[in-house]
Design a protein around this ligand. Structure first.
Ligand SMILES: C[S@@+](CC[C@H](N)C(=O)[O-])C[C@H]1O[C@@H](n2cnc3c(N)ncnc32)[C@H](O)[C@@H]1O
Length: 646
């Protein structure tokens, strides 16, 4: 039976696989190290010289000039992005809401670790990633990427918070000002792209400080062609008062598609003014009535300037039938105003019939006169300047949150209505939206709100580091020790409020206002078993168990789910079979039992359920014969099942 690796994905291994699938002839073998006894370790590698030849002239190397964006430590940063981590996500049922039923997630911890751990379970699965990172204004706290377990390297330079996160206030007097910020943002964006589905979008908020650098980074990761828009969001129309020259009143939102040829926006009209103009509604949606063509200079077209648009329409006495053929008792109506001024219809006689059949041309009687109108449908026009009042940060971000939590808790949350429009426009009704700088959880609030409005079933994933609240702050005094506590409480209260506000809506009780809380932590597994190269064999022999003493069955289950690429919101049933705790995930997709003394009877019962994966503990079989029988039983009853141990 194979042993699970219990490490986050090594993304450079994935890149290796992609290149070797495209060019199998490039694979060769080389000595990459030596065993303790001197035996060479030989591994498959890519022959870069051959790769260059495959691509022929279209390469650039060494010091040749090229277009590039770089900064000190970029290369180190790329390598570190691909390096796996030895961590896990542990469930916290007490802090969750509807743990068993919800499909929403709240992931507590440094987002670089969260992103690395999600690389299997959410590969190509996320529809929208929206992030609002620290803008690097000169006072931002950056959490230093910590891929190693080595505390000493930076120990002197960085503070460590109570959770052990290394933090650093990045001031602009610091020589590494931009380097630090780029080192922080680049790997996160790179890992984000892997998670997006082919239809998906990546959106990132930023202000003028790092705009130029961020565009370069995103262009590099997503490709310039996938840059869909740079949207200007007016969040503080009065501008910042203390500005020396010009007080910024707007910020930006960069929008990238994973693949612009397959990405799709949802059909919605965001502009409130436009919505008001389309005041009528029928089964096809909102519309307004127009009768005659008006030209761009404001004047009306005439019979002379547009002769194709001038013709009689024959209307039946009950106004229900319109035709271009003369009929008995049908009245001929011309494009003429009440006062007899000649105009033109909005449609030529050639296209009239199609528009009429679509239900878009109607006749009405007005003061004894028949008038003919065309229905103009509401158009989806998404502009690059989002200036409406609903996007302003103070009233619809800060104030709204203060009211909901009944105290001042969080500086500069996004406007709820900004996030609502983003959810509506970018996330399909059954989609997943992921915000890994989630702060006060505005994105979660907006997702539930939009689902309540249109009956959608969008799921959210929030991720936030438990950054400590200042002891002198109102938030701390109100009992919030860190930002995660603010974010989670907001979701709890917002969910209740949305239910209350929509209590008369059909099926509102089905709205998912829950969330599963999972927290990053060191691996459940003792290092010796999973990093044997670092530990001597003798030491290994002295240990009995490979699992840390304080870890529960559910802790193990979630690490297994991460390893096997199973969604963290999958349904989990705990059954007692023959006195053992058996986890049945996703109605039998995965079956896991971490109890000891497993016998043939239990193995037979589980094999009969024919799971896709079955996982046991390495040392869990009752006897050596059970271990031998295990494989035989599965081969006989469920040969397709992938069998693993931890
Ligand atoms: C600008 S705020 C986001 C505000 C959010 N859009 C809202 O409406 O409430 C950025 C958030 O990212 C968090 N953060 C910063 N570095 C992080 C990291 N490495 N991992 C997770 N969260 C982080 C900060 O604590 C802060 O809450």
């Amino acid at each position: 039976m194979d042993k699970l690796k219990m490490l986050s994905k090594n993304t450079s291994d994935e890149n290796f696989k992609i290149i070797s699938n495209l060019f199998p002839g490039l694979i060769t073998e080389k000595v990459t190290g030596y065993e303790d006894d001197g035996t060479p370790i030989i591994e498959k590698v890519i022959d870069v010289d051959l790769l260059n030849k495959e691509i022929s002239e279209r390469i650039v190397s060494n010091n040749e000039q090229r277009f590039q964006f770089t900064w000190p430590e970029k290369i180190k940063n790329i390598v570190e992005t691909n390096t796996p981590i030895f961590k896990t996500l542990r469930p916290s049922k007490e802090e969750s809401v509807n743990f068993n039923k919800t499909k929403n997630l709240y992931l507590e911890g440094d987002n670089i670790e969260v992103l690395k751990m999600l690389q299997e379970s959410y590969l190509n699965k996320i529809d929208v990633i929206y992030v609002d990172p620290p803008y690097n204004t000169g006072t931002d706290i950056l959490y230093i990427n910590d891929y190693s377990d080595n505390e000493d390297e930076f120990g002197e330079k960085y503070e460590v918070d109570s959770e052990g996160n290394r933090l650093y206030t990045n001031t602009d007097t610091n020589g590494r000002f931009h380097t630090n910020w780029l080192n922080m943002i680049y790997p996160r964006i790179k890992l984000s792209r892997n998670l997006l589905s082919d239809e998906g979008f990546f959106l990132i908020a930023i202000d003028h400080n790092e705009l130029a650098n961020l565009i370069q980074v995103c262009d590099e990761v997503f490709g310039f062609r996938n840059r869909i828009a740079i949207i200007t969001v007016v969040h503080k129309p009065e501008g910042r008062n203390q500005a020396k020259f010009i007080g910024p009143s707007n910020e930006f939102m960069l929008v990238y598609a994973k693949n612009e040829s397959t990405a799709k926006l949802q059909k919605v009209v965001l502009d409130e003014e436009q919505k008001k103009a389309f005041g009528c509604k029928d089964r096809q949606g909102a519309y307004r009535l127009k009768n005659f063509i008006r030209l761009s200079d404001g004047k009306y077209a005439t019979k002379e300037s547009k002769p194709n648009f001038w013709y009689p329409i024959y209307v039946s006495p009950d106004l229900k039938e319109l035709t271009l053929t003369k009929k008995k008792n049908y009245e001929a109506v011309y494009p003429v105003t009440d006062t007899g001024v000649e105009r033109t219809w909005k449609t030529t006689s050639d296209t009239f019939l199609d528009r009429y059949k679509e239900g878009n041309i109607i006749a009405k009687e007005d003061n004894g006169k028949i008038r003919i109108f065309e229905k103009l449908r509401e158009n989806q026009v998404i502009r690059t300047h989002w200036i409406e009042k609903k996007y302003h940060g103070y009233h619809y971000g800060t104030k709204l949150l203060d009211d909901l939590l009944e105290t001042k808790t969080f500086d500069f949350p996004k406007s709820l209505y900004l996030m609502r429009d983003i959810v509506k426009l970018f996330c399909p009704k059954e989609g997943i939206i992921f915000d890994y700088f989630s702060g006060s959880s505005t994105t979660a609030h907006a997702t539930m709100m939009v689902n309540a409005e249109d009956g959608g079933n969008r799921k959210f994933i929030m991720s936030q580091i438990p950054a400590e609240c200042d002891k002198k702050s109102d938030a701390y005094k109100a009992g919030y020790e860190n930002i995660c506590e603010i974010g989670k409480e907001r979701i709890r209260r917002a969910g209740q409020k949305i239910l209350e506000d929509n209590k008369d809506k059909e099926s509102i009780e089905d709205l998912d206002i829950g969330f599963r809380v999972l927290k990053t932590d060191s691996s459940n597994m003792k290092d010796v078993y999973y990093k044997p190269e670092e530990i001597s064999q003798n030491f290994l022999d002295t240990l009995e168990d490979n699992i840390k003493a304080d870890r529960s069955g559910e802790d193990l289950l979630f690490q297994v789910m991460l390893d096997l690429g199973i969604s963290l919101s999958a349904k989990i049933d705990l059954e007692n079979i023959d006195g053992k705790e058996v986890y049945i995930v996703d109605d039998g997709h995965l079956i896991a039992c971490f109890d000891k003394d497993i016998d043939d009877d239990l193995v037979t019962k589980l094999a009969k359920k024919e799971p896709v994966f079955v996982v046991f503990r390495d040392s869990s079989m009752k006897s050596d014969s059970s271990l031998n029988n295990f494989d035989q039983i599965f081969k006989r009853l469920s040969p397709e099942t992938t069998r693993k141990v931890i």
